[in-house]
Design a protein around this ligand. Structure first.
Ligand code: OAD
Length: 256
């Protein structure tokens, strides 16, 4: 409870709607590697660059097996991972506010596993596959399925991951949901957690909320591009700070 500044607690008392935006840092305490920073997937002068390149649409078209190798590793680490107190806290927040949207860049499915419902998986989910030839979709039964480029069970064609690769467009339905939740009805609180916030569609909702006088909070052990733009840049882990924020929002109900 002491983690939160008193002024922030006061601001939270007025909050009726929340838009949370998460990145890999929120899953770090579930044993999932971040992309950037120390120990991240791209934190290796050679392999890191290779990994980043392998996650591009261009590489997927030229050498799909390289992309599948990285996706296999991503899936393997997500497979046995369980939601941590940070994920669970976001589900608790959804239960005590009038309107809640969670925009995540993560492809590990842990927010849904934690019980969050209104989730926009803007980069997709590494467990899902879709066939561009016949449109069939399926969820993988085990990480081994991605050890070699998988094929469609319906028509036999090569399938693609239901993940947004670098250089590809974001899924239009999810973009429309994001537009409604963050730009048309700007939430009272925009809460950014565990992301380096490099993409404009991640920074945009935070900047708009700030410009409109809404409450903006960042949860991250390290400073990011957006730290200077938010009202409160809270330094600490998602597993520690998101439960404190959930507790503060829940306490309003108890205090009338
Ligand atoms: P990054 O790896 O860029 O950033 C992770 C952030 O989490 C960093 O700012 C860390 O300081 C922070 N962090 C680390 N541990 C944390 C913890 N326990 N609690 C809270 N924060 C913590 O990951 P993203 O911002 O998610 O895209 O990266 C965005 C996108 O870039 C990914 O979705 C992926 C990647 O390339 C695609 O693959 C399309």
């Amino acid at each position: 409870m002491d983690e939160l500044p008193r002024e922030l607690r006061r601001a939270l008392a007025e909050v009726r709607s929340v838009g949370a935006i998460t990145g890999a840092g929120v899953s770090h305490e579930s044993g999932i590697r971040t992309y950037r920073g120390k120990g991240g997937l791209y934190d290796d002068p050679r392999e890191g660059l290779e990994t980043e390149l392998a996650l591009s649409g261009r590489m997927f078209r030229a050498s799909p097996e390289r992309t599948w190798r990285v996706l296999h590793d991503l899936l393997a680490q997500a497979w046995d991972a369980r939601p941590n107190p940070g994920h669970l806290a976001l589900a608790r927040i959804e239960a005590v506010v009038e309107r809640f949207t969670l925009l995540t860049q993560n492809v590990d499915g842990l927010h849904l596993a934690a019980g969050s419902r209104n989730v926009i998986e803007i980069h997709g989910d590494v467990r899902r596959l879709r066939c561009e030839a016949c449109g069939a979709r399926r969820t993988v039964a085990s990480p081994d399925e991605l050890a070699a480029p998988p094929t469609c069970h319906a028509c036999g064609a090569a399938v693609r991951p239901d993940v947004v690769l670098f250089g590809e467009l974001l899924p239009p339905e999810e973009v429309a949901r994001m537009q409604r939740a963050f730009f048309e009805e700007v939430p009272d609180l925009v809460l950014l957690a565990g992301t380096s916030a490099l993409f404009p569609y991640i920074a945009g909702p935070v900047q708009l909320a700030k410009a409109m006088g809404k409450v903006t909070v960042e949860v991250n052990p390290e400073p990011t591009e957006l730290s200077g733009a938010v009202d409160w840049a809270l330094r600490g882990t998602a597993g520690a700070l998101l439960p404190a924020l959930a507790e503060a929002l829940e306490a309003r109900g108890r205090n009338g």
